[in-house]
Write a protein that binds this ligand. Structure first.
Ligand code: NAG
Ligand code: NAG
Ligand code: NAG
Length: 341
């Protein structure tokens, strides 16, 4: 009786099977090695093996979603695995600000009416980055719901550059620590309250002087370093009009609220974002720093996010513009505002 290893046919069959199985594994299955590689890439550390196993399961589901989305042929945008790959949808949403659920925001004294109402000169495309008015992409981190501070600072930085010619990175942490309202800091806040704060204080300090920490701390700003960039107030873009938003963005970057809760938003990596299931439950704040149009006529807004360069197109999103719904895609035209100098 010949043993297993002595039968050449069995051996060949065994080898072929082994190669086939390992191929299938590396292609179809999401291994814990892949999770570990990803953990190293994003500096993720878990408190114990149980936590790691739990995170691995979430990672696996997210990667499966991303890969099947991308495999599904011709689409206007792609997804990719990023720093959010081990977060449940619910955990991710906790990072966002539940802007709508809060009590109505403080009525502000420095709000004036829409100055771009009668603007007629509107360039067909605009990219404030090319005009040197946009600082590099920043990262709010996944422990602090401070998007509102980033969306505020981005448009104040741009206005400062447009009016003075100087591009200076400004301090989100000053806003996180010092703007006090309904619910501010890492728990979320309002762009409008932040503009109000900057206007009343006579300016905002620089990132270099007051660097970002990603957690709530006590407010500490010395007077002499306060007014690196000054604004006198802010204006709101008339709600629910992409036309009005266009007039504003043609003149300066604008802060907007958006619904970022869709899973495709979280893992967006390139192309023109146009997820049909994007809602209008405003839960995130970003800056619109331009707009454009593809050769096929598709129009888009250029959005600066605060989720590092690992997300989107090196930190930016191009999102479909001029849709039928008045609020714009993901509610982008619902509540836009910008600082004035
Ligand atoms: C726009 O034009 C109308 C009509 O002429 C005028 O009443 C309004 O004040 C103008 N708005 C601004 C912001 O200049
Ligand atoms: C999506 O990814 C594929 C493969 O990398 C690429 O060829 C395609 O251009 C991407 N599509 C968009 C809209 O970015
Ligand atoms: C958005 O705008 C609407 C209409 O102007 C207003 O009622 C609502 O309070 C605003 N929401 C926020 C979060 O500012």
């Amino acid at each position: 009786m010949s043993s297993f290893s002595q039968n050449p046919y069995v051996l060949v069959l065994f080898l072929v099977l082994t190669v086939w199985i390992s191929r299938v594994m590396s292609r179809g299955l999401i291994t814990s090695e892949r999770h570990e590689k990803w953990m190293a890439q994003y500096g993720k550390v878990y408190k114990d093996a149980a936590e790691k196993e739990k995170r691995f399961q979430v990672f696996k589901n997210n990667v499966q979603f991303i890969e099947s989305f991308n495999a599904a042929g011709d689409k206007p945008f792609n997804l990719s695995i990023n720093q959010f790959a081990d977060l449940h949808d619910e955990e991710f949403k906790a990072l966002l600000n539940n802007v709508q659920k809060k009590a109505s925001r403080v009525e502000t004294a420095t709000e004036t009416s829409f100055r771009y109402e009668n603007v007629t000169k509107i360039p067909s495309t605009m990219d404030w980055r090319k005009r040197g008015a946009v600082t590099p992409i920043k990262d709010q981190g996944y422990t602090c719901g401070s998007c509102w501070a980033f969306a505020t600072v981005a448009t104040v930085e741009s206005l400062h550059q447009i009016t003075t010619g100087e591009l200076v990175s400004l301090s989100e942490q000053e806003l996180v620590d010092c703007v006090r309202g309904d619910s501010e800091g890492c728990r979320g806040g309002y762009v409008e309250n932040a503009f109000e704060f900057i206007a009343n204080k006579g300016g905002i300090t620089s990132e270099a002087y007051y660097p970002y920490k990603g957690k709530d701390r006590s407010c500490k700003v010395k007077k002499e370093t306060h007014g690196v960039a000054r604004i006198i107030g802010y204006e709101s873009v008339p709600s629910n009009s992409e036309k009005a938003l266009l007039k504003a963005v043609a003149n300066q970057p604008v802060s907007v609220y958006i619904d970022a809760g869709a899973i495709a938003f979280k893992f967006y990596s390139s192309g023109i974002f146009e997820a049909r299931n994007c809602g209008t439950h405003l839960d995130h704040a970003v800056a619109v720093v331009g707009y454009g149009k593809l050769r096929d006529g598709t129009k888009y807004w250029l959005v600066k996010n605060s989720w590092s360069t690992a997300w989107g197109e090196k930190g930016y999103m191009r999102i479909k513009r001029d849709i039928r719904a008045k609020k714009g895609l993901c509610g982008i035209a619902s509540n836009a505002s910008y600082p004035i100098a």
